[in-house]
Design a protein around this ligand. Structure first.
Ligand code: G3I
Length: 366
């Protein structure tokens, strides 16, 4: 009898113990949305679909909303793969993010160039940009939280005297105001949708200052920019947390909110860059073909925890943190220098096992 009572008491105690949130969306609730980017084909796998629906409250199409997918020919729109993601998000209480309306990659040449590769007349390119934005945002009206209106327009030049905008087909055709034109068209197409400017490496000067100038100039022109997307394709030691801290504060001071839109933590040294891991490697550019060592996974977990603690500190500014992919098996980083390297940048393994980084993120969010 005594044993039975003790067992009951033990059960009651454990039942009363606080239940720690086991999902990213629950752990981040009230702070920011946590998202993932997938291709619609990932939803064919029930285990992946369950993980996406169970863990995240925001969804980005990794390729489905890009002009090349949605609008391959002037007279043809192909909405089905993006619609599938939008329906999945709606069915699972997730917010959908549209990526992206205007980008120099994954955009058919006919948007801004003639058959000889020369820029189309400004009026023609502008009409293509406006028509695309009106048709795409019109199609998804009310079903997409916000749009990366323009992606990666800023130059990577380290020369502070270089023009802020990169050379691109849209810029050559329309001129420097193509960014402003895109934001004006996006606001007109769906005034209720959030509008974002999205780019990489904008946490660090000099690109951060270029981003700030661009955002201020758009606002000075009376255009609405709700948030800046800091992509967050980062590595174990780069950028350091104070740099991220300072960038978020600077964007907040410029009057925009911040989303981390494409987060991953690369553990493999990139060609032409300094070592990201500090590990001596025999196979310099594909060191972890046979698996990622525990010591590297632990360093990655600590890195993710540091970054999420930083995002939590800026909870009034940071509105969403989206990981660029679901699991290590399908990250774009595995194809950076085909056929490899084998990279391990995300929170689940290719077999959908949780990594130390997942526990570290959940812990940082508690
Ligand atoms: O769909 C074709 C398929 O038919 C073909 O057999 C295969 C052969 O290579 O290619 C497939 O297309 C690939 C597509 O991903 C879908 O898998 C493209 O070659 C490949 O270039 C494309 O890569 C995407 C990349 O953007 C394009 O620049 C990545 O998946 C996607 O993760 C990546 O995402 C970008 C963001 O949009 C912007 N920020 C940087 C980020 C990483 O590069």
């Amino acid at each position: 009898m005594r044993t039975a009572i003790a067992a009951l008491l033990c059960l009651a105690t454990s039942a009363a113990a606080p239940v720690e949130p086991a999902t990213l969306r629950d752990a981040a609730a009230g702070r920011f949305l946590v998202g993932t980017a997938v291709m619609s084909a990932a939803l064919n796998d029930p285990a992946k679909a369950a993980l996406v629906a169970g863990q995240f409250d925001a969804l980005t199409g990794e390729n489905e909303f890009k002009p090349a997918t949605l609008h391959p020919r002037p007279d043809r729109y192909a909405f089905a793969p993006a619609d599938r993601l939008v329906d999945f998000a709606a069915g699972h209480g997730m917010r959908m993010v549209g990526h992206t309306l205007c980008w120099h990659e994954q955009t058919p040449a006919w948007f801004y160039q003639d058959a000889a590769g020369q820029p189309l007349p400004r009026a023609v390119g502008l009409a293509h940009l406006h028509d695309h934005i009106a048709a795409v945002m019109g199609h998804f009206k009310g079903r997409v939280l916000g749009w990366d209106v323009v992606n990666e327009a800023l130059t990577d030049s380290p020369d502070p005297a270089a023009p802020d905008l990169r050379d691109s087909p849209a810029r050559r055709c329309i001129g420097n105001d193509f960014v402003a034109q895109a934001f004006a068209a996006a606001h007109a197409a769906d005034p209720a949708a959030e509008l974002y400017y999205n780019d990489y490496n904008i946490e660090a000067p000099p690109k951060r200052d270029r981003a700030l100038r661009l955002l201020r100039s758009l606002k000075a022109a009376g255009l609405r920019v709700d948030a800046v997307g800091v992509q967050g394709h980062w590595a174990l030691a780069r950028p350091d947390v104070p740099t991220v801290d300072a960038a978020i504060a600077a964007f907040a001071a410029a009057g925009v909110r911040v989303s981390i839109t494409e987060l991953d933590v690369d553990v493999v040294q990139r060609r032409g860059s300094a070592s990201t891991t500090g590990q001596a490697t025999t196979r310099r550019f594909d060191p972890y073909r046979d698996g990622c060592p525990p010591v590297v996974l632990a360093a990655q977990a600590a890195r993710y925890a540091d970054l999420f603690r930083c995002f939590v500190r800026h909870g009034r500014t940071v509105e969403r943190v989206t990981l660029w992919g679901l699991d290590d098996g399908q990250s774009w980083l595995n194809h950076l220098h085909p056929p490899g390297p084998a990279n391990y940048p995300l929170l689940w393994t290719a077999r959908l096992e949780p990594k130390p980084a997942l526990a570290a993120v959940l812990d940082a969010l508690r």
